[in-house]
Write a new protein. Structure first.
Ligand code: HSE
Length: 309
């Protein structure tokens, strides 16, 4: 039996749409063993809502692993390589914290271990990014830390920064409503003005530099300018601007929609535990004024990615 721990991720970090990702110390666990009959058990998020049959995305990712190493067939003897799967889900679903990336990466890593680690890291990422449709959550879910990623054809190019500020905490406010990434991608324009693209791409560099310790945290908020996705996704997130402002006012140096939402992530650098709680509470009470319950978590950066335990 293989047991894998895989982190939540926050993607985009403001300007880095489909490019930047950061792994967080909030974990799902996946247990997998070969078996004669498929069985899927789920604890935590999605216990009642996620499918427990072949349409389960973790199961499908495992099958992709077997298929890839067996030249297109799911198993050595043309039958199915069935597994018992147990998913222990602490990452909330459809909230922009990379729950689907965690399910897929966790299952790919577990399945790969079951067959003797035949797939390379690049092959795992290639499968995961194809299944996800974008690479920015799957890369940090696999390798941990702060990452920059891009899809070139079907290949994932990525870089993992070896240094991320030690004094960085991510205060996430997780609201009671879900946002579907597929729907949140549909609201974005297909074309952008040159100035929007230039402003946003320079912001990716500024943001990355500050989070890795180059440059002053006071410049973070101004550096996280995004004109590619957040302005268009506001309509999906009640009180998004107000929650951003509440986090800033309470002491966060930067704030962003986590992935495609609905979670909002505040970047808190060098602040006390007390201050981080104030940031979380300020976001929660602002969501509440807009009629939505939410809860906050103060998260550290995960630097390990997916690991077999
Ligand atoms: N980059 C993706 C998006 C992340 O913003 O649609 C989804 O979590």
């Amino acid at each position: 039996m293989v047991r894998v721990r895989v982190p939540a991720t926050t993607a985009n970090l403001g300007p880095g749409y489909d490019v930047l990702g950061l792994a967080l110390k909030l974990y799902n666990f996946i247990e997998m063993e070969k078996s004669d009959k498929l069985s899927i058990e789920i604890e935590g998020a999605g216990t009642d809502s996620l499918p427990k049959d072949e349409s389960n995305i973790a199961y499908q990712a495992a099958q992709e692993t077997f298929k890839t190493v067996n030249g297109g067939h799911p198993d050595r003897r043309r039958g199915r390589l069935t597994v018992n799967l147990k998913l222990i889900n602490n990452i909330p679903l459809a909230r922009g914290l990379g729950s689907s990336a965690a399910a897929r990466i966790g299952a790919l890593v577990a399945a790969n271990r079951l067959i003797g680690d035949k797939l390379s890291q690049d092959e795992i990422l290639k499968i995961a990014a194809r299944l996800e449709g974008h690479p920015d959550n799957v890369v940090p879910a696999l390798v941990g830390g702060l990452t920059v990623a891009a899809l070139t054809g079907d290949k994932v190019r990525f870089l993992r920064f070896s240094k991320v500020r030690n004094d960085l905490k991510i205060v996430v406010a997780i609201p009671d409503f879900k946002v579907s990434t597929i729907e949140a991608r549909k609201v974005l324009p297909k074309n952008f003005s040159l100035i929007d693209v230039v402003t946003t791409s320079s912001s990716i560099l500024f943001t990355t530099a500050i989070l890795t310790g180059e440059g002053s945290p006071e410049l973070l908020d101004e550096s996280m300018q995004d004109r590619i996705h957040q302005p268009y996704r506001k309509k999906l997130i009640p009180a998004m601007d107000e929650v951003f402002n509440a986090a800033r006012k309470a002491g966060a140096q930067g704030v962003a929609l986590s992935g495609s939402g609905s979670t909002i992530a505040a970047f808190s650098i060098g602040n006390s535990e007390e201050k981080n709680k104030e940031i979380g509470q300020a976001m929660v009470s602002t969501f509440q004024k807009a009629g939505h319950e939410s809860h906050y978590k103060i998260l550290d950066i995960d630097r390990e990615g997916a690991v077999c335990l």
